[in-house]
Write a protein that binds this ligand. Structure first.
Ligand code: 3SL
Length: 241
């Protein structure tokens, strides 16, 4: 029997899922999980996802930059906002990133405890799907949404991942089928619907058009960020033991 792949549309529903026996994949396409994949893809030595602004400030030191936003706007005094493209301007060798965001970093903490916790974005779609397929474990795709409401872009990527897992996993709930049907729409309809969504429009208003384009590009970072409770590191790039 194939293991299941289920979809959780918002952190408000994550307690309904059996995370302890599953790989949970946190998805926040715009923009937190794209930022995490980009930081690790650029060689950062880890990403610390933090729930509060105050705690995040405590991580700043010579080897750790702090990044964060609320409502899409950079937090005052932080080194960086939550723009994945901003990361490209910096050298990340031996540097960590502590990150606090409105939804994505909270969804990560809300997923604990679980068997494994990894991060998904369009940026790592193919390598992530391949890694998940190889684990032969139940999967919960946990969409960060917006303030505990579902959103379009995270559900879309969840559907894309369900589609890629069909050879090895069984859709385990109606929500997986719903996400699958969204991912099956033609490319023009997907982009048209996305352009009408609230967070897309919010990021446009805030001047983040370039981030939007970047976050929707598939397979820019060959990483699978895994969370050990403190730090996200790339599971594909672990030192041999
Ligand atoms: O909510 C989040 O975690 C962020 O990704 C939102 S934003 O794109 O930075 O506004």
């Amino acid at each position: 029997m194939k293991p299941s792949v289920r979809v959780c549309l918002t952190p408000a529903l994550i307690s309904q899922h059996d995370c302890r026996s599953s790989i949970v994949v946190v998805i926040d396409v715009l923009r937190a999980t794209t930022t995490i994949c980009t930081a690790l893809g650029l060689g950062a030595s880890g990403v610390i996802p933090v729930e509060s602004e105050a705690e995040c400030r405590t991580y700043r030191n010579a080897n750790c930059r702090i990044a964060g936003e609320r409502g899409g706007e950079k937090l005052p005094g932080f080194d960086l906002g939550n723009s994945p493209l901003e990361l490209l301007k910096h050298d990340w060798h031996n540097i960590r990133l502590a990150l606090t965001t409105t939804n994505g970093t909270r969804a990560l903490h809300a997923s604990m405890p679980c068997r494994h916790l990894v991060v998904g974005a369009f940026a790592n779609r193919t390598v992530l799907a391949g890694w998940l397929a190889a684990q032969q474990l139940p999967v919960v795709l946990h969409c960060a949404g917006w303030r505990c409401e579902p959103n379009w872009e995270d559900t879309w990527l969840a559907g894309e991942l369900v589609a890629r897992l069909l050879p090895t996993h069984e859709p385990g709930d109606d929500t997986a089928l719903l996400a699958l049907s969204i991912a099956g729409l033609d490319a023009a309809t997907l982009r048209e619907r996305l352009a009408a969504t609230s967070h897309y429009q919010r990021l446009l208003r805030l001047g983040h058009a370039a981030d939007l384009d970047y976050c929707l590009q598939a397979d820019t970072q060959a990483v699978v960020p895994r969370f050990d409770g403190l730090l996200l590191t790339d599971v594909l790039n672990q030192p041999a033991v």
